[in-house]
Design a protein around this ligand. Sequence first.
Ligand code: DOR
Length: 421
Amino acid sequence: MKIRIVGGRIVDPGNNRDEIADILIVDGKIVGAGEAVQPDLLIDARGKIVIPGLIDMHTHLREPGREDEETIYTGSIAGVAGGFTTLVCMANTTPPVDNGGLVRFILEAKKEATVLPVGAITKSRMGKELAEIGDMVEAGAVAISDDGDPVLDSGIMRRALEYAKIFDIPVISHAEDKRLSGRGVVNEGVVALKLGLPGIPSIAEDIMVARDIYLAKYTGGRVHFAHVSTEGAVSLIREAKAEGVKVTAEVTPHHLIFTEEDVLANPYDTNYKVNPPLRTERDRVALIEALKDGTIDVIATDHAPHASFEKELQFIDAPFGIIGLETALPVLVDKLVNTGELDWITFIAKLTVNPAKILGLDKGWLKEGESAELVVFDPEAEWVFDSPRSLSRNSPFLGKRLKGKVLYTIVGEKVWDFTGE
Ligand code: DOR
């Protein structure tokens, strides 16, 4: 099978490449441009963007335990439809992924994208006792995290960083001081007051970011901050990086696009309830600045599927989280790249080579002679996000018209054609 992709703009930060060129794929491998070859499939990519398959280093697939919300398989399909060919899944399943057996279960499950498990930091994610970190790494865990919850005990976090250092994996920190966030459901401030909802102060995040930076510095371990949402956290991470502390960070699409004003504009709509909460415009601007200057390395979806019967509860009772795999690329291109806030190379690096580097993965760029993993994206196509491939529907974009669409995702010999939708 020969596929030629002609006339597309190739944006491939790992190869420092941003140019219009053709690509030839033969039997699932990229073999160059291939002018003279008569292909079985010709993809006219003029006006389209051709990028390496994206890596989402923060996804919640609910298997095992909540297969009604998402399975490894359905999550992988949602990923492929959104341009993500590698998903790194968090350990807050039921039971949590806190041993090598469950890591292997995820690696061996049926799927259409690469799915790499994160192991829990502590047994059952209870924050009391370290999990079998060596066992999980040996089985294939690429990082450890109790994401969904912080590790409140500084002594345990210290040991986690020390162990992770031995295996050269990052500890992913869900930075939230639960004693400060309490029963909060939105950002603490005017909006919380207007809606009469309990607030989560920015300090709940900042204080834990500061603690984990100190612990990383002390231990020499690597800390990666999940879903950074505050200006304060950004400043701390920027300073720590300048000092040479081994710290990296990610931001979600929703924290880059929405603020607490969107919670106010959509009162009691639980599709705006996320943890950490949507913050202020000032925070949002700081997050974009941090992407530009390299303080934030990665954009990760924090795809968090939840069943409708749970998400449709009162705002205060509904679970935190929204799905993001199928909408991340279109909404970010529309709101940040097409507006000129981020250039294509910086933007795609945050979704490919940067997460790959943090996780020690040898992927995230277009490699000649190797199995193809790439996406053809139309930044102008308009479509309505009305039938998610995810098993869950908790998205603020559900039913909305979006600009920008994945047309093809190619993984080796498999070609996903989304042009007819
Ligand atoms: O919004 C969120 N949802 N934030 C988290 O930290 C956890 C996630 C989930 O698992 O639903």
